[in-house]
Ligand binder design. Structure first.
Ligand code: MBD
Ligand code: FE
Length: 288
């Protein structure tokens, strides 16, 4: 493969990620996970948002050039299917902070745009679906799911999804097998799980669409530190959506999505035979 065709392929994959993220998000909302927002809240929230933007325009003396650039860019966000990406990168961390403030158990963080429901179910000690030649360092991720009172939660669900070594998520980038690096693991009677996967690489959000245009225009960067995404659930307990990170990643301190927390840092160590790494992490759930 020449450099040019590789670049074209990467560009096409990034563009397709936006369209798929929009489509899959709308499927989930329409299938009932959306919920209703009443008139009073819409009026309050939309009113405050519009006022905040009007205040900004006056304070910063927005020009017509800037106003039209904004208008064109907003149109492009929709055309590129990047509303899920834009919102999850720049706003979701605050939504998550508010939603989880009351919790005593493990910290959560943002879901991001690339979750997909109903990944294949595997036992407590399974290997996540991956290609025979899946690149990356082998990683054994193990731990326990418990309640805040210490009770082990046997049968808890540990959903894991993450990007491949090139930064592509299955179902959002074409050419990746449907459930690659996505699995639902069922903890054993002690709440224990031991998942075999590959260590993910640092990740650049798609830069070919509207979000990339904003990042370039502002002179920012597009990086997220390497991360594993999780949903941990058990009947009678609050579901935790979270991510875990690796020490030493150059983007742990400047994640474009603002989703890193000190409690979410893994401490991986090399396996004795040097063939890969082991990382341990326990998930503590709050009762409902
Ligand atoms: C990701 O993989 C991600 O986790 C977030 C939050 C945004 C874009 C891509
Ligand atoms: Fe991600």
């Amino acid at each position: 493969m020449t450099d040019t065709s590789f670049h074209d392929e990467v560009t096409a994959k990034a563009a397709e990620s936006g369209a798929n993220a929009t489509g899959l998000f709308l499927d989930r909302v329409h299938s009932g996970t959306g919920g209703e927002v009443d008139h009073a809240r819409v009026s309050l929230l939309a009113g405050k948002a519009i006022k905040a933007l009007n205040d900004l325009i006056v304070e910063e003396k927005l020009t017509y050039t800037e106003y039209n650039a904004l208008k064109a860019w907003l149109i492009k966000v929709g055309e590129d299917g990047e509303w899920p990406l834009f919102l999850d990168v720049w706003l979701e961390h605050s939504v998550e902070e508010v939603a989880s403030a009351h919790r005593e158990g493990s910290k959560g963080t943002i879901e991001g745009p690339y979750y997909s429901e109903n990944a294949p179910t595997l036992p407590w000690n399974g290997t996540i679906p991956m290609r025979d030649d899946e690149p990356g360092t082998p990683l054994l991720f193990t731990g326990q799911v418990r309640a805040v009172d210490g009770t082990p939660l046997g049968g808890a669900k540990v959903e894991l999804w993450h990007a491949d070594d090139l930064g592509f998520y299955s179902q959002f980038a074409p050419g990746v097998p449907e459930w690659n690096l996505r699995g639902t693991f069922i903890a054993d009677e002690n709440g224990t799980f031991a998942i075999t996967t590959k260590r993910p690489a640092p990740y650049q959000i798609p830069t070919e669409g509207a979000c990339g245009v904003l990042i370039d225009a502002a002179g920012w960067h597009a990086w997220r530190p390497a991360h594993l995404h999780f949903k941990i659930s058990n009947p009678g307990y609050e579901l935790i959506t979270t991510q875990l990170y690796f020490p030493g990643d150059p983007h742990n301190d400047d994640d474009i999505a603002g989703a890193v927390k000190p409690e979410l840092m893994l401490e991986p160590r090399a396996t004795e035979d040097g063939s890969g790494e082991i990382a341990e992490y326990d998930f503590i759930l709050d009762p409902e």
